[in-house]
Every structure is written in C-alpha cells, then in structure tokens.
Design a protein. Sequence first.
Length: 357
Amino acid sequence: MEFNIALLRGDGIGPEIVDSAVAVLEKIGEKFGHKFSFTPYLIGGSAIDATGKPLPEETVKGCLESDSVLLGAVGGPKWDNLPGDCRPEKALLGIRAALELFTNLRPAKLYKALKDECPLRPDIAAGGFDLMMVRELTGGIYFGERGRREGKYGEEAYDTECYSKMEIERIARVAFETARKRRKNVISIDKANVLESSRLWRATVHEIAKEYPDVDCTDMLVDNAAMQLVKNPGQFDVVVTSNMFGDILSDEASQITGSIGMLPSASLGSSKRGMYEPIHGSAPDIAGQNKANPIATILSAAMMLRYSFDLDKEADAIETAVDSFLEAGYRTADLIGSTDAKPLSTTEVTEKILELL
Ligand code: NAD
C-alpha cells in the first residue's frame, strides 16, 4: 500500500526524533511491502523564522492533502518573548483545529524493563499497566462560554462546561473501537454526582455501549479515577473522558510510567487522517546534541500505522522491537536512572531498533 505522510519536524529535538521515526517507517515499508512518501512542512519557531508565521497556509494545505501527519515538537527560548498569538505553540491549536481533530489518544504503559523508574510502590509497579486514555479534545470547559461579571461578592469570572450529545457519542465510539483493538474494556470517567454535563455524558456513553456488546463498560467518578491510577493502574484498559478531566488524568498517567521520552500520542478526527506526536516538548536543553530519546516519536509512528492505516502487524513489529531494545538493557540518557548502562545517542537508538525490526 502507499501512504503520503506530512512531516512537521518543528524545533529543538523535533528534527532529530522525527528523522529516527522516518528511518523506522522506511524499514517497515521495505519489510512489509509498503511505500511511505514524506513531505516536510514548516511549523513553530522554524516557521516563524522562515515566514513570520508559526503555521503557514502551505503547512495546513499539505497536512490536509496528506494521509497522516507526524509532528516532532515546537517551541524554544528563542521565541519565548513573542506575544501569545505569534508563539510557536499557537501552531499546535491551529493545526488541530484545521484537521478537526476531536480525539486525543494517549497510551501509558509501564515497560517491564523500566519498572524501577516507576514512582509507584514496587508491589504496585510489579503488576504493570498498559492503558489508553481517550480524551475529548475540542469541547467542554476549554471552549465553553466564559467571561467576567459583577457578582454577589464583586468581580467574578466563569467558564462553562458544555457537551452536546453528538460530541459525546462520537468520542464514545472512538473509545469502544479502540477497546476492540485492545482488551475490550472501557471505563468512562465523569463527575455525574455533581455535574449535569456529566449526567448527559454518562447516559450517552451507556447508549453507545449497547452498540458494542463485546466490550465491557463501567463508569468511574473523576476523583476516584485520580486515586485508582496510583493505587491500581492495572485495572484500566481504555479510559474515555472529557477535555479537562482528560488533560489532568493523562498527565498523571504519563508520570506513573516514569519516562517522558517513551510516550507517544495520536489526535484523530472523523476521517482516517490523524496527527501523531510524542507527548514531550522540544527539549531545547539537549537539542542538536544527538542525546534525545526518539522512542516516543517512533511509537507515535507505530500508532499512525495502527489507527490511520490499519496496519496492525506493522505497528506490532515496531512495538516489539522497542520492547526487545529495552529488555536487552539499552538505555538513552533520560532512562539511565539507577542502572549503570552506557547511554546511547539518538542515532545509536535508531540503529539498534532498525536491527531489531
Ligand atoms: P520538554 O518536554 O521539552 O522537556 C522537559 C525535560 O524533559 C527536559 O529536561 C528535556 O531535556 C527532557 N526531555 C523531553 N523530551 C525528551 C526526550 N525525547 N529525550 C530525552 N529527554 C527529553 O518540556 P519543557 O522544557 O517544558 O518545554 C520546552 C519547549 O517545548 C517549550 O517551548 C514548550 O512550550 C515546548 N512544548 C512543546 C510541546 C509540543 O510541541 N507538543 C509540548 C510541550 C512543550
């Protein structure tokens, strides 16, 4: 099969880690008989330097014409003093809106080989976990009506949580479809004991659950979910939740894996095209030093194969190679922790993973 991928290398370590993922995709193409074409576009600080804008129209057009988008990271101290609307990070909201990406998929997995990096108690870490956070990305309180007004106690500010049935239905379907590719279990997180928007959320998720009788579905209140994530993370397979609850819980879930350089993500809309990127930033402190861990970006490419191109075998091959890499004791500087392993450079990690594929 043939796929056209838009590459948004971005700033800082972005170009180094995206190039690693491209090498891995090319090897997958050779091994499984696919042709991946890559077209680079500017985004973030490098786009500001070249065009004066963080998200040039040509980038948006190129992404809309692609089968999927692979992004490194944007931002850095060079652009930190620009006004909010001209900053590199503004491009991220712009590209998500242009591609109509309403779902964020954030896996959080504790690799057996990295369990000593997990900040949880050893007996909890020993159980391991592998969960997928499905976060609604374009609705809820971050986009609801807001303002300032005079209230009972003087000046006050308000933000509004609002979800339509349609928005809940479509994110619930993503969660159930995702669960079908995994362990067939969905936990829906809300605050239905207090919030009306959560009561509509819960009722709607239950309706959609009837379309997926092969998938188990339960509800959990968000305060309990925050506790359960550190107490018994192994109980979660797919978690579906609103924009703000997902924002907070997905960061909590990523922290308990103990390794920021290992975590991929996907943003999806109603078409097969998605945008795939590591959860970390542009790491300006190590940019250009061949030190960055490229695994989060390589695993983001694996997610692209699985969720946009339906190439499950190919995605499995990448994930297995990453497992074998860690099991063999190889580490990057961010994963050294208490081990005495010699840290591998970005290019050395890429070569090892290519060998293991
Ligand atoms: P960061 O994630 O870039 O870095 C935090 C720490 O983790 C740093 O010490 C860094 O060296 C380390 N780190 C991150 N990724 C790593 C990797 N792959 N391998 C090894 N070490 C890694 O977060 P920050 O320092 O808060 O932000 C730096 C810049 O990135 C800022 O301009 C910020 O706005 C931007 N940012 C961009 C995105 C994005 O593009 N999606 C996300 C977050 C932050």
